[in-house]
Ligand binder design. Structure first.
Ligand code: 5RP
Length: 223
C-alpha cells in the first residue's frame, strides 16, 4: 500500500461535517484532499476549505471542495498537511514543496494541525533535509550569506527555467545544516535576519502526527 495515502486517509477520519478545513500541500496532503472530496460526497458533508498553495487550491476546486479565503472564514478547525521531516516531539521541517509560508499561516490559525507522513519522514534529529527558507528577492545574495554564517550550506532553489518562485513571489534558499540541535533557537536566528520572510521549522505547532506504513497500518502521535 501507499504509506502516504494510508496516513492521509487516517487523518481524514478525524474530520467531520460542518468543519472548516485547511488543505496542505505536497504528495501526502494530495491524498488527504482526495479523501476529503470522497467523504464530502459520500457523507454529504458541508465543509469549507482554505488552501496552503495555488496547487492545492486548484486540486481541491477540481474535486468540488469549496475553497474560501481568510476574508470569508472564521476559525479553521483542522488543517492536514505533510512534512519533510518530523521528530517524536512533533517538531517539523516543511517547505520541500515551497509552500512553507502559507502553510505556517494556515497552521497557526487552525485549532489543530495534523501532520501526515510516511515512516521515512521520521527522524531523531531534524536537519538532514535542507531547511527551506523563504527570502525576498531584494538583496537575496546578502541574505544568503547571512544564512551561511549560521553554520549551514545555503543554495537558492532553482527550476529548469530559472530561480524557483513561491506563490508569494519570493525565493527559497535551502539550508543544509546536517543536524539542527536546537530547532527553536535556529528558528529564531533565521527569522531575525532581515530579508528572511520565514523558515520551514514548525515548532510547537502540530498537535497530531499520523505516520503511515506500507503494510497499511498507521501510528498516531499526539501532543
Ligand atoms: C510543502 C511541504 C510538504 O508538506 C512537504 O514538502 C512534504 O511533501 P510530500 O508529502 O510531497 O513529501 O511542506 O511546502
Amino acid at each position: 500500500m501507499n504509506a502516504k495515502q494510508v496516513a492521509a486517509e487516517k487523518a481524514v477520519s478525524f474530520l467531520d461535517d460542518g468543519m472548516t478545513i485547511g488543505l496542505g500541500t505536497g504528495s501526502t496532503a494530495y491524498w488527504a484532499i482526495e479523501k476529503i472530496a470522497e467523504e464530502m460526497k459520500k457523507r454529504k458533508w458541508r465543509i469549507r476549505a482554505i488552501a496552503t498553495s495555488v496547487r492545492s487550491e486548484e486540486h481541491g476546486r477540481s474535486l468540488g471542495i469549496p475553497i474560501y479565503s481568510f476574508a470569508d472564514i472564521g476559525t479553521i478547525d483542522v488543517t492536514i498537511d505533510g512534512a519533510d521531516e518530523a521528530d517524536e516531539k512533533l517538531s517539523l521541517i516543511k517547505g520541500g514543496g515551497g509552500a512553507l509560508l502559507r502553510e505556517k499561516i494556515v497552521a497557526t490559525n487552525s485549532n489543530q494541525l495534523i501532520i501526515v507522513a510516511d515512516d521515512s519522514k521520521m527522524v531523531k534529529t531534524l536537519g538532514k533535509f535542507p531547511l527551506p527558507v523563504e527570502v525576498v528577492l531584494f538583496g537575496w545574495e546578502r541574505t544568503l550569506e547571512k544564512l551561511r554564517l549560521l553554520g549551514c550550506s545555503p543554495t537558492r532553489r532553482m527550476k529548469e527555467s530559472g530561480p524557483y518562485l513561491t506563490d508569494n513571489g519570493n525565493y527559497i534558499v535551502d539550508c543544509a545544516f546536517g543536524e539542527i540541535e536546537d530547532p527553536e533557537a535556529t528558528h529564531g536566528r533565521i527569522n531575525a535576519i532581515t530579508g528572511v520572510v520565514d523558515n520551514g521549522l514548525f515548532i510547537n505547532i502540530a498537535r497530531r502526527l499520523v505516520v503511515g506504513f506500507e503494510n497499511g497500518e498507521s501510528r498516531v502521535i499526539s501532543r
